[in-house]
Design a protein around this ligand. Sequence first.
Ligand SMILES: *Cc1c(COP(=O)(O)O)cnc(C)c1O
Length: 378
Amino acid sequence: MTAPPAPSIPLVDLIAQHRALERELSEAFARTLDSGQFVKGPQLEAFETELAEACAVPHAVGVGNGTDALELALRAAGIGPGHEVVTVANTFAATAEAIVAVGADPVFVDVGPDDQLIAVDRVEQAVNARTAAIVPVHLFGRPCDMPALRTICDRHGLALIADAAQAIGSNGSDGPVTAEADLSTLSFYPGKTLGALGDGGAVVTPHPALAEEVRRLADHGRRSKYVHEVVGRNSRLDAMQAALLSVKLAHLPEWVLRRRRIAQRYDRAFDDLPGVVAWRHEDSGSAVHLYVVEVEDRDRLRDDLARAGVHTGVHYPEPLHLQPAFRRWRRSALPHTEALARRIVSLPVYPEMGESEVERVIAAVTGAQGRRPPRRAR
Ligand SMILES: *Cc1c(COP(=O)(O)O)cnc(C)c1O
């Protein structure tokens, strides 16, 4: 008799996470239900306070989702028609959607060849009299070079608005990277490192006036109940999601540690594997929202891993400047962005992943790349 095949390994396992937190989540649900208050109120206020602390900023505003967070941050910073916003094309569509939604034009610049993140020298070249903001994306949780971007923003009077949807828990040069922009935006999409049980997002900022403006815009342009000072909208974080997120936020530090440990184990295993480029995670500050390697034959590796029961993803297969929706903002080829899109593959990483699953992924990758796994101790 042959043994039953081992269960396949997902990219993320939300069921395992929620099973571990079932009692705490149920209690938070019951508490919110009993409170009868589902929009605004104490659950939201408590979560915003905890989130601001985790992000090392004085202000956090819960909003409907990560895309709204970006749009509201841009509007709060005064970005609108006639403005250009410098960003990258190797990101989720939301980054550019938000820029277009406020009436500005996205200007896509290339990434560095080695780190996938916005190339500071390309940003410098893209700045002109219409430029109003820079929107770096801390892709996969890897922190962009915020001190260098800050220097450019200060020199030209630009807003620095970071898409930190993948970067909660990530550290920059001096603590949480979320403290290093004028506004940083977060997503609590379920698959994110801190995920709601539905949609959610937040804007975090060191500036009280910007926090107030985001709050006003997200709540029908009002500060008091019946006075609408500007034309706003409705984009709030539900009290129920806030209560559930408070439960999860308390576990974020241990989750980030576990994600980093898995990433470093992968790094060591893939270090000198032929045809694979693994960026080192030691001291990178990344909270490892995604673990991504570059490989020569990406599609073949994905097929091999699928056969071994290892799920993979590609973040993202088609850069935005080549997408039908955003092609009209393409100004030039982005060689590094385009080359990377053909080479990247995301491997499973989630805090509930056991050692045996990590070793199975390593064995599947090293096997597929035609070499035996390296010895554990080095
Ligand atoms: C998830 C994500 C968003 C959008 O967040 P939603 O909550 O899904 O609207 C924006 N930017 C990046 C880089 C993301 O990964």
